[in-house]
Design a protein around this ligand. Structure first.
Ligand code: UDP
Ligand code: MG
Length: 317
């Protein structure tokens, strides 16, 4: 296989403290790989500014003026990290490359693993997925919720490995398949898994964030996981169906018993406690189930409008 032209995609949201150093470090990685004759010399960086309100874009534009191998685009507003990644993937697909790697702007993921990604790519893998060695840098809360999320996803039939991340390599072939998936809220981790292309896994170390604060909060993470579940699994809906069936069966038996009691024994039961408990439990289950169905209806609602995934303000090619 011929050595590839590599594009590195970096989503950036208010990363003015990181972006310059990150670009320098990634160029060091590119230069090293070019020297080792593993990638083509016209490999480049592609930064997606996810509607930053600080100086991020000015810095990117400045870096582009100094070196045209820094490319990128800016969104008109903040659309979130998944959209920024998708924009990056579509951007480099249109500009041209043989494979692309996406990495966070704070370089929490060890950038030296890119060499291993390329080695796997050369063995013929279409996707090389980065797996965190541990979650030392995450808070206990994030650690627990993340593990729970992956466990839940696996239970629901979306078998993405635990400690998976959006640090991965994608071949041009995988990139070109993306255009056939029109979902507005495409959940990339599920999508690349669902493609079923030959996938290799590379473990990497997680570092502390270089500078600045995490751009993810609880609401954003919850949104991401709910959209991940509702766009890749309908198992929750099936569970509701099964639950409804069992409840109906139970109701039928209990009702039957009540009628028998009434007719043959004329026992008017003093089951107030039972009534209250049943009412609360079944009421709760019903509202919870309506909520789950609501999530799916919401997903359909968002998708059926087929709004653009993002709108770009400018692009530096
Ligand atoms: N990010 C983004 N849009 C957002 C939030 C985050 O493009 O709305 C980018 C951010 O700039 C970074 C990456 O996504 O490059 C991961 O974000 P962060 O490091 O804040 O998340 P964490 O590592 O804490 O999960
Ligand atoms: Mg980070």
């Amino acid at each position: 296989m011929e050595k590839p032209k590599l594009a590195i995609i970096i989503p950036c949201y208010n990363e003015e403290l990181c972006v310059k150093t990150t670009v320098e470090k990634l160029f060091a990685v590119l230069d090293d790989l070019i020297k080792k004759d593993k990638i083509k010399p016209d490999s480049y960086l592609y930064l997606v500014d996810d509607g930053s309100t600080d100086k991020t874009w000015d810095i990117i534009a400045e870096l582009h003026n100094q070196n045209p191998l820094v490319k990128g685009q800016k969104f008109i507003r903040n659309y979130g990290n998944q959209k920024a990644l998708i924009a990056g993937l579509e951007g480099v697909r249109d500009l041209g490359c043989d494979c692309a790697v996406s990495i966070d702007a704070d370089l929490q993921q060890d950038e030296h693993a890119i060499e291993k990604f390329i080695d796997e790519y050369m063995k013929g893998y279409d996707i090389v997925s980065g797996i965190r060695n541990d979650r030392k840098t995450d808070s206990l809360f994030k650690k627990t919720t993340a593990v729970l999320f992956y466990k839940l996803m696996n239970l629901l039939g979306v078998k993405i490995p635990v400690n998976h991340s959006d640090y991965r390599l994608i071949s041009r072939r995988a990139l070109s398949l993306m255009s056939q998936y029109h979902e507005t809220s495409l959940f990339l981790r599920g999508f690349f898994h669902e493609l079923g292309l030959k996938t290799a896994y590379v473990h990497f170390d997680v570092k502390q964030r270089m500078a600045g604060k995490s751009k993810f909060n609880f609401v954003k993470l919850l949104e991401l996981s709910l959209s991940g579940i509702t766009s890749f699994s309908i198992v929750p809906l099936r569970i509701i169906t099964a639950l409804g069936f069992l409840m109906a069966l139970f109701g039928f038996v209990v009702g039957f018993e009540a009628v028998i009691e009434k007719i043959f024994y004329n026992n008017s039961p003093n089951g107030m406690t039972t009534t209250i408990i049943l009412l609360c439990v079944f009421g709760g289950i019903q509202i919870f189930c309506s909520g789950i169905i609501g999530e799916y209806v919401g997903q359909v609602f968002r998708e059926v409008k087929s709004r653009p995934r993002y709108i770009k303000e400018t692009e530096l090619k």
